[in-house]
Design a protein around this ligand. Structure first.
Ligand SMILES: CC(C)(COP(=O)(O)OP(=O)(O)OC[C@H]1O[C@@H](n2cnc3c(N)ncnc32)[C@H](O)[C@@H]1OP(=O)(O)O)[C@@H](O)C(=O)NCCC(=O)NCCS
Length: 357
């Protein structure tokens, strides 16, 4: 059975740089607070009306496709991971297909809604399709435009300070080479904490999940006695800032530092390798403090971990392919290297992948 290799990789971030200092124009925060707690100095934001998750994805994809030495028309399946889709539906996969000018309707497009671990989930799905022989050239993209949906008031500062826009893409192909390709992927989820990092409304929940909330009744911003209409989006939701993402930062932090090492060890154990075999570790760029904590636990040197959250913030589904691409472009990922990827995020969902480059 063939394995799956990354045949081409690319990334694209918007030109507009937004520093921590610039955020202080809108909210009560400081460069010092953000750098100390997250390691982030600046992030990128799209040009409104011109750039979207699909356009960023297309830019990254074009680079990955060229580096794979194929044409867009060779792509037989698209996997698009994002938490910031331009439409509620349809998903970003078909918008990317259109943006790339792929007119082959035999090319399927799948949307992945696994937030920060979306790229790892997508990689695992692609790996199964390639190994089974179903597809030969899968385009997997993580792309985010967070800046359009963030709360720029002081209320939203814990999330707005960390999120950024960007996209990363890979082309996946079969390889028959002895010691090359994806060695293992591990996926996990625990819906118990679904609301700890979430954008709940607008949605079709109708308040149902409140029964899992131990702290009593949540005000979702609608009238419970309504039969039809007035549940999906209301003026109260708009007025009270309920249409923005929510995060219990400390809770997420504690879970992340536990799950990252666990899921990396799980993948290593499966293929009989150890942390000392890892040449490059690419963590999802959630928070520099999380990555540094995990690095210490895995006993990795600074040059064995790629961090770029300082420049781009947390670009959720895009963060791993952007970081992997940067590391590869810098010559830090070479043929034969063991690359470990790991992510944790909203859901909660988390996962890891081991790739022999
Ligand atoms: C978001 C995060 C940086 C916040 O840091 P923290 O030390 O946990 O801070 P807290 O949320 O407990 O807030 C502490 C104080 O800082 C304030 N604060 C939060 N964001 C702030 C900001 N950007 N600027 C200034 N103050 C801020 C809070 O309002 C709070 O003030 P209070 O004590 O007066 O209420 C941190 O929790 C984190 O990184 N968590 C993981 C996030 C993550 O990885 N998310 C993506 C999932 S992969």
């Amino acid at each position: 059975m063939p394995r799956t290799k990354i045949a081409g990789i690319g990334f694209h971030v918007p030109e507009r740089v937004v520093t921590n200092e610039e955020l202080t124009k809108w909210m009560d925060t400081s460069d010092e607070w953000i750098v100390e707690r997250t390691g982030i100095h600046e992030r990128r934001y799209v040009k409104k009306y011109e750039e979207t998750p699909a356009t960023l994805a297309a830019q990254a994809a074009k680079i990955a496709i060229e580096r794979a030495g194929i044409s867009k028309d060779d792509i037989d399946f698209i996997i698009f991971a994002t938490l910031s889709p331009e439409f509620y539906f349809p998903g970003g996969g078909v918008l990317l297909q259109r943006e790339l000018g792929i007119t082959n309707t035999a090319c399927g497009a799948l949307d992945i809604r696994n937030q920060c671990s979306g790229f790892i989930y997508g990689l695992s799905v692609a790996d199964q399709f390639i190994r089974s022989g179903m597809y030969k050239n899968i385009l997997l993209v993580g792309s985010e435009v967070q800046s359009i949906g963030l709360d720029f008031s002081t209320e939203g500062r814990n999330i707005t300070a960390i999120f950024g826009d960007g996209a990363g893409a890979v082309v996946l192909q079969p390889t028959e080479k002895e010691n090359q390709g994806i060695l293992a992927t591990k996926l996990h989820s625990d819906g118990t904490y679904a609301e700890k990092l979430a954008l709940i409304s607008p949605g079709s929940h109708g308040g149902y999940h409140n029964k899992y909330n131990p702290d009593g009744d949540i005000d979702y911003g609608f009238d419970h006695d309504l039969d039809l209409g007035g549940l999906f989006i209301t003026q109260k939701m708009v007025d009270d800032g309920m249409l923005y993402p929510y995060m219990d930062g400390q809770f997420v932090f504690k879970m992340a530092v536990q799950k990252f090492p666990e899921v990396i060890h799980e993948a290593l154990n499966e293929v009989g390798l150890q942390t000392s075999d890892i040449n490059m570790f690419i963590p999802h760029q959630a928070n520099l403090r999380i990555s540094q904590f995990v690095q210490r636990l895995l006993r990795l040197q600074d040059d064995q971990v790629w961090n770029n959250i300082q420049k781009y913030g947390n670009t959720t589904a895009a963060s791993i392919p952007i970081a992997l691409c940067e590391a590869w472009e810098a010559g830090k990922v070479k043929e034969g290297d063991l690359v470990a990827l790991a992510a944790f995020g909203s859901g909660f969902t988390w996962g890891s992948a081991l790739i022999r480059w």
